[in-house]
Write a protein that binds this ligand. Structure first.
Ligand code: GLN
Length: 474
């Protein structure tokens, strides 16, 4: 048995049946990391001692015959912008190089209640800004499928860790695609919940009206298992939603009852023909099995990238103002003004600085209405597109990305070409709806992600539908 290939469900069962111990499971993952992460660089820091202590505690409970939670004793990798008390949390930025988190994010608190085993913090684009993990101040992560290629981003370390068998599951964050796109590039499952489904308390804010935490896993069942633990209202995040959630294990959906929408705006120029072919093959198969397929229109999709790249940097510029060289992090002390200028100038990387400047510009007097207010109006229209669509259909099928994983350096000189890679993912964040990327048939040995979008707060229904599509694309 290869312990590094186990899913959450399989590992849980083996732990319960005493076929394996959590210490064995945890050690197997660390062995893999020690052998291969020198090359992949999925992790920025490891917490081996703490992980083995947690694993031991779970093993003691199992040996006493106590029942254990679903995620108990199972290794988890956490994106480095999510706070674990006492652990180094850098968001892959030089400005936070030596920052130790003073409290647990709400999602971490919830996972600790499950007795999860945290093995380390994963690499990412600095402050989650990017789509390739090349913007990490500590060097990029490589795609385990082809190490000449990027793993996607910004949660590239989390996606690579799952693909490489370094962890059973991971958490990422998604502001404009950062869970789904790397999952697609690495051939794993990535789920961005509805905005407000999961507390953002303890997630380093990038663009607060768009950010969500979600799981990166080996399959849809595991994504549901993690989601069912981390979701829920939180007094420490006023944007978290208080809802009655269905259970993923309630009655499954019947394929013949599902109506899929295929938005014509997502299948036009720019989409690699082989990806289109593979997505369309899944659609035909679903139709053959009895699902209803309908072409739909999301007419404002065309302006999604433009709106996103105004609203997101506006919020980035406000959120990153707290890194001033005084309160925490990298500091170049001199007089007050130079302390700000030098600490921020040297502490932030090029992409962070670019977005801070863009965001400050679109929020400045004189330009606010021309850019920010207009982008907000477009955001409303994009939201309406989805409201209309979901009156007709249960889920929307699109590609996750227009291409497969690209090579290192291919887009770093041209930020616009990097931003274009987000074309299919950003409108979902603008609208706040849930979406999941699942791997389908590869193209030239490289993974392809299919994105399924669900209606607002119909996360469980979306996961159930995703399970059907996953089974069908095997
Ligand atoms: N690639 C997108 C960006 O650079 C998405 C980032 C994210 O979701 N955190 O903004």
């Amino acid at each position: 048995m290869n312990l590094k290939e186990l899913t959450i469900k399989e590992a849980h069962k083996l732990l319960e049946e005493k076929e394996i111990t959590s210490v064995e499971l945890t050690k197997a993952h660390f062995d893999g990391i020690k052998k291969h992460d020198g090359n992949i660089h999925a992790f920025l820091s490891l917490t081996e001692k703490e992980a083995l202590e947690s694993a031991k505690k779970v093993d003691q409970r199992i040996s006493k015959g106590e029942p254990i939670e679903m995620l108990a004793g199972i290794p988890a990798a956490i994106k480095d912008n999510i706070l674990i008390r006492g652990a180094k949390t850098t968001a892959a930025s030089k400005i936070l190089e030596n920052y130790i988190a003073p409290y647990d994010a709400t999602v971490i608190k919830k996972l600790k209640e499950e007795e999860a085993v945290f093995i380390g913090k994963t690499n990412m684009d600095e402050f989650a800004m990017g789509g390739s993990t090349e913007n990490s101040a500590f060097g990029p992560t490589k795609n385990p499928v082809d190490t000449n290629r990027v793993p996607g981003g910004s949660s590239g370390g989390s996606a690579a860790a799952i693909k490489a068998g370094f962890s059973v599951y991971a958490l990422g964050s998604d502001t404009g695609g950062s869970i789904r796109q790397p999952a697609g590039f690495c051939g794993v499952v990535g789920f961005k919940p509805s905005y407000g489904a999961v507390s953002r308390h303890g997630l380093m804010a990038m663009a607060s009206s768009l950010d969500q935490i979600g799981p990166i896993t080996k399959n849809v069942d595991d994504a549901a298992a993690v989601f069912e633990i981390i979701r829920g209202a939180d007094i420490l995040d006023s944007t978290s939603a208080d809802r009655e959630w269905q259970s993923y294990h309630d009655k499954p959906v019947d394929i013949e009852e599902i109506k899929f929408g295929v938005p014509r705006e997502y299948f036009t120029h720019g989409l690699a023909p082989e990806i289109e072919k593979n997505i369309k093959a899944v659609i035909s198969k679903l139709e053959k099995e009895g699902a209803q397929i309908e072409e739909i229109s999301l007419p404002y999709s065309e302006w999604a990238l433009a709106a996103y790249y105004i609203i997101m940097p506006a919020e980035v510029s406000a959120n990153l103002a707290r890194f001033d060289g005084i309160k925490y992090g990298y500091s170049k002390m001199s007089n007050l003004k130079d302390t700000y200028l030098e600490s921020r100038g040297e502490g932030f990387g090029a992409e962070a600085r670019r977005r801070i400047m863009l965001g400050t510009y679109v929020l400045s007097a004189g330009y606010y209405d021309a850019y920010y207010t207009r982008a907000q109006k477009v955001r409303r229209l994009i939201k309406q597109d989805f409201v209309h669509a979901f009156k007709e259909v249960d889920a929307i099928i699109t590609p996750t990305s227009p291409t497969t994983a690209f090579k290192f350096g291919e887009k770093t000189q041209d930020p616009l070409s990097m931003y274009l890679a987000d074309i299919y993912t950003v409108s979902i964040n603008l609208a706040g709806v849930p979406a999941i990327s699942i791997p389908i048939k590869e193209v030239n040995g490289l993974p392809v992600g299919l994105q399924l979008i669900g209606n607002n707060f119909e996360d469980i229904k979306l996961l159930k539908i995703a399970k059907i599509v996953e089974d069908m694309s095997k």
